[in-house]
Design a protein. Structure first.
Length: 229
């Protein structure tokens, strides 16, 4: 592991821009590859998987979706299924039967409004049941390659620990991060932050004073960081 600025005796990072540049560079070194964590075969199955991941781990979603996509792996087939059939499979992901209802209804609307295809605009995606801005951002970034910066509670927490935002909500954090990082880095970077958070800077494994990046970008921090929500 290369020495950090603080370890080399250089002055600490004084600005968000400096901290962001280090984070961007270090995460690219740690995670040169950025595989999509949710198993999927196309834009539709990714959309469904992301919807299911709300307040649920990617690992659990990946355990559930094989059975769901065996039942139906396209909008037409899913729209023919009942909410009860869908719910029986996706219930382990939580928020049931709301997720099951959203899956069936959005599948019907994809047929009715979009010819059975997943739309490629934020507005059209966010008009679908169960699809908020974060879900739409993931689909736009990972299915269609459109620059987006999906921010969930985990990225929000790390951005505060790394002093990249003063935002009290994910919307403000997303806006701050988009200003700090090159647009062409957004799609890979949001995944790299997720990977790093899971491995080194989790909610309970680090409090803003433990992991490499926290200690590097804010070397003088003595107290745990309480996430502002």
């Amino acid at each position: 592991m290369p020495p950090t600025r603080s370890a080399a005796g250089a002055k600490p990072f004084c600005t968000r821009v400096e901290r962001a540049a280090f984070v961007d560079r270090r995460l690219a070194e740690l995670y040169p590859e950025t595989p999509v964590p949710l198993d999927h075969s196309d834009a539709y199955t990714l959309l469904i998987a992301v919807l299911l991941s709300a307040q649920c781990t990617d690992k659990r979603v990946n355990l559930v979706t094989p059975a769901l996509f065996k039942l139906a792996d396209n909008p037409a087939a899913m729209a023919r299924r009942t909410v009860a059939e869908i719910d029986a499979i996706v219930r382990p992901c939580g928020l049931a039967p709301r997720k099951a209802q959203a899956i069936r209804e959005l599948s019907r609307l994809l047929i009715e409004r979009h010819g059975g295809e997943v739309p490629q605009t934020f507005a059209e995606l966010e008009a679908l049941p169960g699809v908020g801005h974060k879900t739409a951002s993931v689909v736009m970034a990972q299915a269609f390659g459109v620059p987006a910066f999906p921010v969930d509670t985990h990225i929000h927490r790390l951005a505060q620990r790394w002093r990249l935002t003063g935002g009290k909500n994910v919307e403000r954090t997303e806006a701050d991060l988009k200003k700090l990082f090159p647009r062409e880095h957004w799609n890979a970077l949001h995944l790299r932050i997720i990977f790093y958070g899971r491995e080194h800077c989790s909610a309970f494994g680090c409090d803003g004073t433990v992991c490499e990046i926290c200690r590097t970008v804010v070397p003088g921090r003595k107290r745990a960081v309480v996430t502002r929500k």
